[in-house]
Design a binder for this molecule. Sequence first.
Ligand code: 13P
Length: 264
Amino acid sequence: MVNEYEIKKQICDIGKRIYDRGMVAANDGNISVKLNDNEFLCTPTGVSKGFMTPEYICKVDRNGKVLQANKGFKPSSEIKMHMRVYKERPDVNSVVHAHPMYATGFAIAGIPLTQPIMPEAVIALGCVPIAEYGTPSTEEIPDAVSKYLQSFDAVLLENHGALTFSDSLLNAYHKMESVEFYAKLLYISKQLGGPKELSESQVQRLYEIRRQFGLKGKHPADLCPNAKEGKPSCHGCGGNCTCGKGDGDMVAEITKRVLEQLGK
Ligand code: 13P
């Protein structure tokens, strides 16, 4: 068992990495780690996450109430967002929030990362949805994020940034790197005339590899209703797709939704 001071040092190291890689500006971003069901370490509000020392790190309970904080430090203003992830995802031990340039660009443009363009992103993330805009520090962001927690380990926050979570601090941070790398590649390939997407069968083979590796966490490939029935899953449904239905069903569904929109 790693001691608490060591975990505080690791949080500072990851904060420096996020800052040095330009994934945050000034005092942006926040990081937390679960110690046990009622004790969590988190970065303080309003400091540069690139220049922290272990004394900066605060401890909160499962409701985000302060258990310990050194003079002059208060927990992150986004602690409610972190706590919602821990509450709804008992498998998660660390949460990272940052504003990486490309991923945040997509979050601002309202474009989710759904195109299957490279193997690592398909295996690690599947795809990355956008949680509807919420005012920072309020319950609006946790409420918006909640909808995606059972299907994904990474979410873009509309007009704001990105949120990743995993079974360890390093894995949660790596997910943030993967999201940004995927967003950057997607952006560049769009400038070069548009990405050549992986085919359905190529995506399915990557999903199969993910299953064989037994990778932890939530991933749309494991949640697609098709995959549950042993059929090929779509790339990005997060459990809500209609891709297993025949065309007739699809047309009927679209017709139903159009009529609903028209109030008929
Ligand atoms: P804190 O410094 O309060 O964690 O806030 C930074 C941030 O990025 C808010 O979205």
